[in-house]
Design a binder for this molecule. Structure first.
Ligand SMILES: C[S@@+](CC[C@H](N)C(=O)[O-])C[C@H]1O[C@@H](n2cnc3c(N)ncnc32)[C@H](O)[C@@H]1O
Ligand SMILES: Nc1nc2[nH]cc(C(=O)O)c2c(=O)[nH]1
Ligand code: SF4
Ligand SMILES: [Mg+2]
Length: 240
């Protein structure tokens, strides 16, 4: 059986971000990323700091662990990373989830295509704005959206916002893919803060700033603005 590099399996919790926000879900987090965003809240997936936690698991082993942890208390699994789209052999896991009546979501940045995207129920593409220090390859992003043209399931764009330049980038992306549901997400640049009250206070202020920016901008009429709900509940804790 072909193996996937898994760094975390957790839940049930709620999807804290984007179009599926609030959905009860388990998470499978894969290791490895082709990006290194300056503000990545999951840098342990790619910076080597948690390399001892990476396990090579096949789909059956992942399913077994999901049911060990989640019992019969879940019907949705979110695959995130790292960039799970680096992994050609994810299809076996998605098929196994389907066979067991489980829906699945995917979080990826839109730098790689995989044919198994077409089997994902809730596909979130999250291209990275200038504050990340990453460059978007729009040829690849165009190719991804053209392959998703007849996609039967749900797809959305989600851009994390830290500053005005990020908002300009978000507007450009929204305009380029105008028919794709578009989400703006509050950026957390306080990743090591363990004082939850202070963190929440800052994040809510940023959320208010972002909502005000959107309210004032005629190019952002058909967007949804969200905080990271899990961060408001549990701060910078991992595995929630
Ligand atoms: C950790 S990433 C993993 C999936 C994929 N690599 C991606 O970036 O879409 C999951 C989501 O968290 C977002 N994210 C990462 N760091 C963040 C931060 N500091 N504040 C807010 N959102 C963040 C990413 O933009 C992405 O939408
Ligand atoms: N609750 C919860 N919701 C999330 N949505 C996206 C996450 C991610 O790290 O990809 C995430 C996460 O780590 N936890
Ligand atoms: S693409 Fe996602 S996982 Fe990779 S560095 Fe950026 S936020 Fe982190
Ligand atoms: Mg996260």
């Amino acid at each position: 059986m072909s193996k996937l590099p898994v760094i975390e399996i957790f839940g049930p919790t709620i999807q804290g971000e984007g179009m599926v926000i609030g959905q009860k879900t388990m998470f499978v987090r894969t290791a490895g990323c082709d990006y290194s965003c300056s503000w990545c809240d999951s840098a342990f997936t790619w910076d080597g700091s948690a390399k001892d936690e990476i396990r090579l698991m096949d789909a059956e082993e992942i399913w077994q662990e999901l049911t060990e942890i989640g019992g019969d208390r879940f019907s949705f699994v979110t695959i995130s990373g790292g960039n799970p789209a680096l992994l050609k052999n994810m299809d076996a896991l998605i098929e196994l989830l389907k066979a067991n009546g489980i829906k699945c979501g995917l979080e990826t940045q839109g730098s790689k295509w995989q044919d198994w995207f077409l089997n994902v129920d809730e596909l979130t593409i999250s291209p990275k704005p200038p504050s990340s220090k990453m460059n978007t390859n729009f040829e690849i992003l165009d190719m991804i959206f053209s392959r998703l043209k007849d996609f039967k399931n749900h797809v959305s764009l989600k851009v994390v916002i830290f500053d005005e330049a990020d908002l300009e980038y978000a507007k450009m992306v929204h305009q380029r893919y105008e028919h794709i549901p578009f989400y703006l997400q509050v950026g957390n640049n306080d990743l090591t803060n363990l004082n939850d009250h202070e963190l929440i206070d800052k994040l809510l202020q940023k959320y208010e700033w972002l909502v005000n920016c959107v309210a004032a901008d005629a190019q952002l009429n058909n967007v949804r603005v969200l905080p990271q709900l899990h961060t408001l509940l549990w701060g910078n804790k991992r595995g929630v």
